[in-house]
Design a protein around this ligand. Structure first.
Ligand code: LMR
Length: 329
């Protein structure tokens, strides 16, 4: 009986100690606006798992998907104030901080393929862009891919003329605005989590996005046609509140950096498959017709959309030249 009491006392003490240790864990609130079942949603969960494992629960990561905690437009403010410690906004959403060069990622047809893109995000340009965030109190941790974007509407979109007078939802980006105008469409900025409703109520006629976002936001229920244009890129910057990060003990910082490196490989490895799977699910739903363009149709859309490159005055021309050909021109 005595032994039983002793052991149960030990057990209870253990529980209390464990609870105290948990209470003392440093909490990272990681907010994002995509669904859990997307490349970004899955990678955020993967980072949580690794971060807690490597820090032996000294860190607790709370992931808030679907804009549940912070809405699109309030994300940066919340990060800078320290209401959340981590975010993974699309790259366009960093431009309003005053670092408009981030909108270069939105330029249609600026990347031929992932090799081109990763040359930038994994190279000096990617680092330089992140360095510019630091004066804003933000630390750039990693670039995560989603995919190249596609266009949708309730009519087939094959040629520039098909876009005329359509109201197209965009995320806030002057470059994407110009891109839609170059097709004769009217761009309308709408927060991501309101896109389904906006399409359903015909506030807008169409949209562009990655197929994983298209499927997980149920856009296939309210759009009859999805054209595989691959005209522009959608990717993310994983960012942290710099003051918060700098104050972390060195061993924790190292563990988190390791977790982030692995989560980034994971994110970029699954992105293509997640989007391929989403395309298969859209097809299987039978609700949205998938349009594959001929080479001529692709060329005509490209010709129209790249006129936005010349019209833009957001990205300094010298930066654009450096971006496109580095030291070679
Ligand atoms: C959007 O607004 O379309 C994107 O930023 C959504 C996302 O994947 O974060």
């Amino acid at each position: 009986m005595k032994l039983y009491k002793f052991l149960s006392g030990l057990f209870i003490a253990g529980l209390i100690l464990n609870a105290q240790a948990k209470d003392q864990a440093i909490v990272i609130k990681f907010s994002h606006i995509a669904a859990p079942d997307t490349p970004k949603g899955k990678a955020a969960e993967h980072f949580k798992k690794l971060a807690e494992q490597y820090t032996k629960n000294k860190i607790k990561v709370e992931v808030y998907p679907n804009g549940k905690l912070i809405k699109d437009k309030d994300e940066m403010d919340a990060l800078q104030k320290g209401d959340v410690q981590m975010l993974a906004p699309s790259l366009s959403k960093l431009a309003p901080l005053g670092i408009k060069e981030f909108e270069i990622f939105d330029m249609p047809y600026i990347f031929n393929d992932y090799k081109d893109l990763h040359g930038i995000t994994r190279g000096q340009v990617g680092k330089d862009l992140f360095n510019r965030l630091e004066v804003k109190g933000i630390l750039g941790l990693a670039y995560w891919d989603n995919a190249f974007k596609q266009m949708s509407a309730n009519k087939p979109l094959r040629k520039p003329d098909d876009f005329k007078n359509l109201k197209m939802r965009i995320q806030s980006s002057k470059i994407i605005d110009l891109q839609m105008q170059s097709l004769g469409a009217t761009p309308v900025v709408i927060p991501f989590i309101e896109v389904y409703k906006a399409l359903q109520t015909k506030t807008v006629d169409g949209t562009e996005n990655s197929i994983s976002n298209f499927y997980t936001q149920n856009i296939h229920e309210v759009q009859k046609f999805l054209t595989l244009t691959n005209h522009g890129y959608l990717g993310y910057a994983v960012i942290a509140n710099k003051k918060f990060w700098d104050k972390l003990p060195d061993d924790v910082k190292n563990d988190l950096t390791k977790a982030m490196t692995e989560a980034t490989d994971f994110a970029n490895d699954i992105a293509k498959k997640e989007n391929d799977d989403a395309l298969a699910k859209v097809k299987a739903s039978g609700k949205t017709e998938i349009i594959e363009l001929t080479a001529e149709e692709k060329a005509a859309l490209k010709k129209a959309m790249i006129t936005s490159h010349d019209k833009q005055d957001i990205i300094p021309k010298a930066f654009l030249r450096w971006w496109l050909c580095g030291d070679k021109c």
